[in-house]
Design a protein around this ligand. Structure first.
Ligand code: HPA
Length: 249
């Protein structure tokens, strides 16, 4: 069974069938929402709303340690994380779907590890050369290809602190660093999943050109962002639905 983490726009409510909510606790507190066990297109999944049921957790306050711990305890075989991004590569305009293969962390002050000190858990350094699970990412890409949904097969995800959007100069810097898309949430999720040996992949949907770029040269229009999200999220859900389908063996 795969776990799905839904961000803004992918709330799960309307797409998870036979949903059963289970409230859980972890050594790191409660996750951002009850776990929702159910099916997606007939396939069992467990779904978690990253920002909470009432969207009460801003990106820098998402209890990611509790979230990933809860999904591991729920025996998820992997985590598919849906996230919105601002595009900074020329081909990452609004509506574009991407499966990132790299990440740069620009966040600060978040709880990024289960191994904070030499306490009972000891110390662990995980390999993050490839921050997203490559087999699970390939599974998402293959699902999109089967459906004929255009998808960018790689890309560098820059994770910013939020909740504010970036300045135009920050976006130029991130682009110079190699970023293709900018979001606020896939870190520390991917690192925590790695510490738990939980395969983790992201599927991102661009809802705007990043600040200072394209039609967002002067400002970011939140109404159009919501509009793009509403239209694009359906395709993302279809790709995820196809990806979680049990493979015949
Ligand atoms: N920046 C950061 N995160 C985002 C953006 C953005 O422009 N759009 C959607 N999530």
């Amino acid at each position: 069974m795969f776990a799905l983490i839904g961000g803004s726009g992918f709330t799960g409510n309307d797409v998870i069938e036979n949903a059963e909510e289970v409230s859980v606790e972890t050594p790191y507190g409660a996750p951002s929402a009850p776990l929702v066990f159910g099916t997606l297109g007939g396939t069992p999944v467990v779904f978690l709303r990253r920002h909470g049921v009432r969207h009460e957790y801003a990106p820098h306050r998402v209890p990611s340690r509790a979230n990933l711990w809860a999904l591991k305890k729920a025996r998820a075989e992997g985590v598919i994380a849906v996230a919105t991004v601002g595009g900074c590569a020329p081909d990452m305009g609004p509506g574009r779907i991407a499966v990132p293969d790299q990440l740069i962390d620009y966040t600060w002050g978040r709880d990024v590890s289960y191994y904070d000190d030499f306490g009972a858990a000891g110390m662990k350094h995980v390999d993050m050369t490839w921050p997203f699970d490559r087999a699970l990412s390939a599974r998402l890409i293959e699902a999109a290809e089967r459906l004929g949904t255009p998808v960018r097969k790689e890309g560098v995800y820059a994770c910013t602190q939020g909740p504010r959007l970036e300045t135009a100069a920050e976006v130029r810097r991130y682009r110079q660093d190699g970023a293709d898309m900018i979001g606020m949430t896939l870190y520390p999720e991917c690192a925590l999943a790695r510490e738990l040996d939980l395969p983790y992949a992201g599927i991102c949907v661009s809802v705007n050109h990043a600040a200072g770029m394209g039609d967002c040269r002067d400002e970011i229009d939140f109404a159009s962002l919501e509009d793009v999200l509403r239209r694009a999220v359906g395709s993302v859900v279809e790709v995820v639905k196809e990806a979680v389908k049990e493979t015949e063996s």
